[in-house]
Design a binder for this molecule. Structure first.
Ligand code: ATP
Ligand code: FE2
Length: 327
């Protein structure tokens, strides 16, 4: 069965084409980059609306398919920014009606995890999902992805991006910080380390890093230290969740999964607990339509299909609010 997945929760408009055997035909993405400052929901939504038709066409061409071949439409139903979600949801409904095929609404966070399971082959991982909007340590128990630890304020990717912006680096800041931090002679600058039980807090760390920047320290040293402290915090929580759940695998996904130093730290603790470690590759770890298509197919097989009338978006749809039987 062939499915088109539409992603549009935040910056990225994604169109993915995938079949029920997990074969990926196309992963087309277009990112809205704010002219200055953070994401503006209305501008991002406008971007998605402008590029959507072209990206759909591109995805079909890349797949050597036509609309007639598509048997299912899946869209990211939440969580995300209302104006952005509305654009992709409206397009998905129109396609479902026009092509007379079923419509499935997908939880964006579950989709990151399920695609991660597909590409790593992991059956039952402890999941570390870190992006611009989310920082979650989770595992599947009794019909849901349970949250073991999460950020109490801003997400790890957002913290890195905001610091980078203060240091004059354009969005996205994460990869630029990683590059600067890769200096063998970098010196460690002490910064606040904030783990509260199983949860994390990055806002104090961000403020301290921005204040330290103003003191005129070496940017490389500060980038190195910011990564060491924030990644160690995340690694501590992950290790505790791993010791508690005794999961056989650790899966790293979300945009920040691209970071080699974070991968290295999580790999070390995974191996210490006899767990396999896998990071999803950047083209499939960041927001994309393939993950929506793949999770849509799993939901369809379970009979989780939406009527157009009750297919409203769910901007605050949390990870553990979604009951879902894994295959
Ligand atoms: P979500 O809606 O799931 O929160 P998102 O809109 O933030 O996702 P993603 O593509 O999943 O989108 O993640 C983008 C984030 O990943 C940005 O904060 C970016 O700085 C960060 N990132 C990308 N590459 C790296 C890297 N090499 N090191 C650190 N952070 C990175
Ligand atoms: Fe995402």
């Amino acid at each position: 069965m062939l499915c088109i997945g539409l992603e549009g929760t935040a910056h990225t408009l994604g169109v993915g084409v995938i079949d029920s055997d997990g074969k990926i035909y196309a992963n087309i993405r277009s990112e809205y980059v704010p002219k200055s400052g953070g994401i503006h929901p209305r501008e991002a939504a406008q971007h998605h609306g402008v590029v959507l038709a072209t990206k759909l066409q591109e995805a079909l061409e890349k797949s050597s398919l036509t609309f007639k071949d598509i048997e299912l439409i899946a869209f990211s139903r939440g969580p995300g920014l209302g104006p952005c979600l509305r654009v992709t949801a409206t397009a998905a409904r129109a396609l479902a009606l026009l092509l007379d095929i079923p419509l499935v609404g997908v939880n964006h966070c579950v989709a990151h995890i399920e695609l991660g399971r597909l590409v790593t082959g992991f059956k039952d991982p402890l999941v570390v999902y870190v992006s611009g909007g989310n920082t979650i340590v989770s595992a599947y128990e009794a019909g849901k992805y349970r949250v073991f630890g999460e950020t109490l304020d801003i997400a790890l990717g957002n913290m890195l991006d905001t610091f980078a912006r203060a240091a004059g680096m354009p969005h996205p800041g994460g990869p630029k910080i990683e590059k600067l931090a890769k200096n063998d002679s970098a010196e460690f600058i002490s910064l606040p380390y904030s783990v509260k039980g199983m949860d994390l807090s990055f806002s104090g760390l961000l403020t301290a890093a921005v204040n330290t920047l103003k003191k005129g320290v070496q940017l490389e040293d500060l980038c190195f230290s910011l990564q060491e402290v924030s990644f160690a915090m995340l690694t501590e929580v992950t290790e505790r969740a791993l010791a508690h759940t005794e999961k056989p695998e650790v899966l790293l996904t979300g945009g920040v999964a691209a970071n080699k130093r974070l991968q290295e730290m999580l790999q070390i603790i995974s191996h210490e607990h006899d767990a396999l470690f896998g990071a999803v590759s950047p083209d499939l770890a960041g927001d994309n339509g393939v993950m929506i298509g793949w999770t849509g197919l799993i939901q369809f097989i379970q009979g989780d299909i939406l009527d157009i009338e009750s297919s409203q978006i769910l901007p605050k749809w949390g990870l553990s609010a979604f009951e879902f039987t894994r295959t």
